[in-house]
Design a protein around this ligand. Sequence first.
Ligand SMILES: [Zn+2]
Length: 140
Amino acid sequence: MMRGIDVRRCNAEKNYAGELVFEFAGEEELLDIPFVAFSSPVEAKLHYEILEDDSVEVRGTVSFSLKGECSRCLKMTERRFTGEAEGYFVPRGAKGAEEDYSYSNGVIDLGEFLRDAVLFAMPARLTCSDGCTAPDYKAD
Ligand SMILES: [Zn+2]
């Protein structure tokens, strides 16, 4: 699903900052934990601000629930995770830093940004509690 910010329209309406709150389905391929799946949509709460040079700052959080077998004791478990999301978008062709996102035709597509934010919030494993002390099957 395309989630975006229509920068041109925001500028025309002198609407230079705002909040975006929406949900979307988490992509299963972002999840690399055996026997674990998304058990809720990803909830995004973002604040955006359009700067004078048409670059756009977006920051907020993404959160989602994961459900499946505890990576240590194999008990079924479900936990919620929240991560910070922060990005800087510059119009294509404009000078930006290497880590910036670019957008064209006056519209920001948040797809890649949201994907990165979900990946960043993704835990390396799902455990039933922080103190789960069942032996770990991976030697680490
Ligand atoms: Zn456990």
